[in-house]
Write a protein that binds this ligand. Sequence first.
Ligand SMILES: Nc1ncnc2c1ncn2[C@@H]1O[C@H](COP(=O)(O)OP(=O)(O)OP(=O)(O)O)[C@@H](O)[C@H]1O
Length: 318
Amino acid sequence: MTGQSASYAIRAEKLSRRFGDTLAVQDLDLEVETGRIYGFLGPNGCGKTTTIRMLTGLLQPSNGRVEVLGCNLPEDAEKLRLQIGYMTQKFSLYDDLTIEENLKFIAHIYGLTARARKQRIEELLSIYGLQEKSKQFAGSMSGGQRQRLSLAAATLHKPKLLFLDEPTSAVDPENRREFWEQLFDLSDQGTSILVSTHYMDEAERCHKLAILENGIKRADGSPDELMQQMGSRVVEISSSELRSLKQTLIALPEIISAAQLGARLRVLVKDSVDDPIGFLSQQPSVKPEDQLNLVRPSLEDVFVTCTGVRADSGRQQS
Ligand SMILES: Nc1ncnc2c1ncn2[C@@H]1O[C@H](COP(=O)(O)OP(=O)(O)OP(=O)(O)O)[C@@H](O)[C@H]1O
């Protein structure tokens, strides 16, 4: 790949990976700008981990080209190693070492001198609010603390690029929010971040994201761009007969999905319908007293329009 690579932390062209008969990742083109947070949004099994492993140089692609921080992979994987941080889905630290011992161990691996090690560990314990717990065994920490320790370990060597594979799947909403504040601090300091998730609220925080399904990128862009260009419009219907209304509407070819939200039915209508409210009002199952409103799309609507499934379930939407 040539030109413009300085402004991109990651560039991939036609990246593919096959496992036997399974095409886990298929012809993925990707551009992640330096200093930005880029998300992979998709259900379990859509190829997020496989892609991340190829981008870190840990897994050889079956096809395609990858350039990460100016290194061509897989040839330059060793050169890249010290410049990236990788937080995997599983807690990969030692339960029977304390928080401080875990960080010391990682610092040894990165070859920090005793002085640099002490200074950096103190800094990390403070950034991630772990000073009071530094002598506690990692195995006895809460989900949120483990996650903070994992982030401290992944950033110990101040990597330019950070890969986070579903980093918040085991933590509560408050810890998730705090975790994202820390990611924005890192991004503000110039760190590029690639994060995979199946949470809509997390995806919406990314500067840009790619929606993945069955190893294929269905759409990419900023959350706003994706919502503006989604190819459908959203109508919410308040009615007394939501269950039967839903069944009749989803049988229409113009309707992408209809999902009940409390007392309302959220209906995705294809863009080919000029006047979605007029169209729905004419349906015999919609009663004159029903209330119909055109509403702002959410990222979940984008996801359903692109894939026909919900990101957090993998099930077919109806
Ligand atoms: N080492 C492997 N051998 C065989 N198949 C694999 C291997 N790794 C991944 N796969 C398959 O590739 C597909 C994508 O898996 P991948 O783990 O990348 O998805 P994912 O989106 O990260 O989901 P999850 O969050 O569940 O890990 C799946 O069908 C999976 O079974």
